[in-house]
Design a protein around this ligand. Structure first.
Ligand code: 13P
Ligand code: SF4
Length: 349
């Protein structure tokens, strides 16, 4: 084994030795070494979302984090190539923010059920229906949808973005659960004109001075968690602390102890002492946190992987750097319009 491969193998073994078999760690360590060599040769930076599979997450990214943190890293890099180990909307956001760089995504299949739930035409139709109402768009959308929006948000700053707008109505797209959670957090009422037109005498019409207009997009991973899951686990393990991503339903978030972006959950486990933790989110992240915090007990009940994040492998990342594939490009006019929404969000923090 080459010395760099050996060092990577030792690192993976110490973090993942109890979840990944040894022969697989050896193969992954060698692949990671080749990726890292090419990364240096090609002056590339690798950004890895918290949902990346454990061997990739712990070997090749220069930076790991949630959508907002990785957006910032993409904007600031001076490398020639950005390889985004995440899904397409994230790679597009990197291109929006840093257009002079070659942005690569290792698999063209890494989509997102939220991003696919809404089109630019849908946003234009909502604007016609609610003239003058500002449009807040979750970053889990494609660039053409961002281009039709006033401001973006992530799971880490959604409430702050909504509260920053000087308007008593906001169109919040496309995640109905995130919208519901933000509405609760900010004390707003939420309506869904796409399926249920608001009746003239809707409850709260009088006395509610603010409302959010939602859309029926959902994350195919987070919509699977239920309140019954939480109740069952609490009966079995009463001292468990439950952490839910805000893409879970408002009922699930209400039944949990903490809700936050993927990195906020990582920090919670690192910083808050508890007997054990249950994460209601994509389950590779539980493995990644367990690997970094061997003194923390993570409840291993998770079997839900995001099929899109799961498309990103060490093999494809290597091929992506070898063949300069798959390049993410955007029409310049569209990019500039999307940039306005992303920059407004970044200015808010
Ligand atoms: P974060 O911004 O919290 O990392 O979430 C991204 C995502 O896709 C969650 O499903
Ligand atoms: Fe999209 Fe859900 Fe996968 Fe995140 S976990 S990329 S929101 S499908």
């Amino acid at each position: 084994m080459q010395s760099e491969t050996r060092a990577l193998y030792e690192r993976l073994k110490s973090r993942l030795g109890n979840i990944v078999p040894d022969f697989e760690l050896e193969i992954k360590a060698d692949l990671a070494r080749r990726v890292n060599e090419l990364k240096r040769e090609r002056n590339a930076v690798i950004l890895g979302h918290n949902y990346m599979e454990p061997a990739l997450f712990h070997s090749i990214p220069d930076f790991t984090g949630d959508s907002l943190e990785l957006c910032r890293k993409a904007a600031a890099t001076d490398k020639d190539i950005i390889v985004f180990c995440g899904v397409r909307f994230m790679a597009e956001t990197a291109k929006i923010l840093n257009p002079g760089k070659t942005v690569l995504i290792p698999s063209p299949k890494a989509g997102c059920s939220l991003a696919e739930s809404i089109t630019a035409a849908d946003v234009r139709a909502l604007r016609e229906k609610f003239p003058g109402v500002p449009v807040v768009t979750y970053v889990n959308t494609y660039a053409d949808v961002k281009a039709e929006s006033d401001i973006c948000c992530t799971s880490g700053n959604a409430a702050k973005v909504v509260e920053s707008l000087d308007s008593d109505r906001v169109i919040f797209l496309p995640d109905e659960y995130l919208a519901g959670n933000v509405a609760k957090e900010t004390g707003k009422r939420i309506i869904f004109p796409s399926r249920k037109p608001r009746p003239a005498s809707a409850p709260g019409e009088n006395g509610v001075e603010y409302e959010m207009i939602g859309w029926h997009g959902r994350c195919e991973v987070h919509e699977q968690f239920t309140v019954e899951d939480i109740e069952r686990i609490r009966r079995q393990l009463p001292d468990v602390v439950v952490l839910a991503h805000p893409e879970c339903s408002p009922e699930v978030v209400a039944a949990s102890d903490f809700s936050g972006s993927t990195s906020e959950m990582v920090r919670y486990v690192r910083e808050v002492d508890a007997a054990r933790y249950l994460l209601l989110t994509e389950c590779s992240m539980g493995d990644n946190i367990a690997a970094e915090n061997p003194n923390r007990e993570m409840v291993r009940l998770c079997s839900i992987r995001c099929p899109h994040m799961n498309e990103i492998t060490l093999e494809d990342t290597l091929a992506s750097l070898e063949q300069t594939r798959y390049v993410v490009d955007l029409d310049e006019d569209l990019r500039l319009r999307a940039l306005e929404s992303v920059e407004r969000m970044i200015a808010i923090g």
